[in-house]
Design a protein around this ligand. Structure first.
Ligand code: DGL
Length: 287
C-alpha cells in the first residue's frame, strides 16, 4: 500500500530526510545551511545499518516504509541521503510516491573537472559501486579520466559507533585510501554519506594536495531548486526546526546523532509498525 499525501502539502510542511543510519546527517547539515528556515525531519535507520549487506528487496522495503512514515509526518519532499538506497531503490520510490524526491549522486562529474592527474578515486559501499546508477555515471563522465572505485567495508560501522579517529578507523581509511594514491589519484569522491565525517582523517592520510569532493552541498542546492519549481519553498523568516528518529536503541544512537549534529539532539524511536515491518524484511534478506 502506498501512502501519498492526503491533502497537497504546502510550503509550510517539513522536508523528510533519511539514511541507513547517521551518515545522512552530513547531508542534513548542508540542507540546514542552504535552507535555514525549513523544518527538517530526519530518520536514521541505524537499526538496519549497514544497508550494504542487505538484498535489493530489503533495502527497497526499508526505503518505502521510511518514506511512508515521513509522509505521515506531513513531509512535502524527501531527500534520500544515502547513496546505497539511491542506487538500489530510487526508481521504485519515484514510481510509488508523487512528492518531490531528491537523491544522492556520487560526485564523479565535478571530480573529472577538478583532477589534474586524470585519476579519480571513489570511496563508496560495495552496493553503490555495483549499482546501475553508478555504472551509468561512470559511462557518462568517465571519458578521458581513470576512475578507480574503492569499496570500503567497515567504515559505515565505525561512523555509526561515533568512532571518527580511533586506531581501527584510521587503519581502515589507510587501507582504502593508500592504493588510490599509489595509482595516482589526486581527487577523492566521497560516495557514501557517512564518509564526510571522516574528512579530517582522510585529509590527514591523503595530504593537503588531494581534493576531497562531497556531493552534499550540491544535493542541498538541488533540493532548493526542486522546492522552488514546485512552489514548496518556505518563505518564513524564522529559523526552522529539526526532529530526529532512529530505528536503533536510543541509548546507543542518541549520543552519536548529537555528536555528529554538533549539539544535543532529541531523538525518538521509530514507531512500532515500521519496526515490525523491518524485522520481517531482515528475515527475508537472510542477513
Ligand atoms: N550512508 C549510506 C550511503 O551513503 C551507507 C550505506 C550503508 O548503510 O551501507 O551509502
Amino acid at each position: 500500500m502506498s501512502v501519498n499525501p492526503a491533502s497537497l502539502p504546502t510550503a509550510k510542511n517539513p522536508i523528510g530526510v533519511f539514511d541507513s543510519g547517521v551518515g545522512g546527517l552530513s547531508v542534513l547539515r548542508e540542507i540546514r545551511r542552504e535552507l535555514p528556515s525549513e523544518d527538517l525531519l530526519y530518520v536514521a535507520d541505524s537499526g538496519h545499518a549497514p544497508y550494504g549487506d542487505k538484498s535489493t528487496g530489503a533495502i527497497e522495503a526499508r526505503a518505502i516504509a521510511i518514506v511512508e512514515f515521513l509522509i505521515r509526518q506531513h513531509a512535502k519532499a524527501i531527500v534520500v541521503a544515502c547513496n546505497t538506497a539511491t542506487g538500489v531503490a530510487i526508481r521504485t520510490l519515484r514510481a510509488r510516491f508523487s512528492l518531490p524526491i531528491v537523491a544522492m549522486e556520487p560526485a564523479v562529474k565535478p571530480a573529472t573537472a577538478v583532477t589534474q592527474s586524470g585519476v579519480v578515486g571513489v570511496l563508496a559501499t560495495s552496493r553503490t559501486i555495483d549499482s546501475d546508477n553508478f555504472a551509468k555515471l561512470h559511462e557518462r563522465f568517465g571519458a578521458g579520466v581513470k576512475i578507480l572505485m574503492q569499496a570500503c567495508p567497515g567504515l559505515v560501522e565505525q561512523v555509526e559507533a561515533g568512532d571518527l579517529s580511533g586506531d581501527g578507523t584510521r587503519a581502515l581509511v589507510e587501507r582504502y585510501v593508500a592504493p588510490l594514491l599509489e595509482q595516482g589519484a589526486d581527487t577523492l569522491v566521497l560516495g557514501c554519506t557517512h564518509y564526510p565525517f571522516l574528512t579530517p582523517l582522510i585529509r590527514e592520510i591523503a595530504g593537503s594536495s588531494v581534493a576531497i569532493i562531497d556531493p552534499s552541498a550540491a544535493v542541498a542546492r538541488e533540493l532548493r531548486r526542486r522546492l522552488d519549481n514546485t512552489d514548496l519553498l518556505s518563505d518564513r523568516s524564522h529559523a526552522g526546526t529539526e526532529q530526529f528518529w532512529s530505528s536503533a536503541a536510543l541509548g546507543t544512537t542518541q549520543p552519536v546523532i548529537s555528536q555528529l549534529w554538533g549539539m544535543k539532539a532529541d531523538v525518538r524511536s521509530m514507531p512500532n509498525d515500521t519496526t515490525v515491518f523491518a524485522s520481517g524484511i531482515s528475515r527475508a534478506a537472510g542477513s
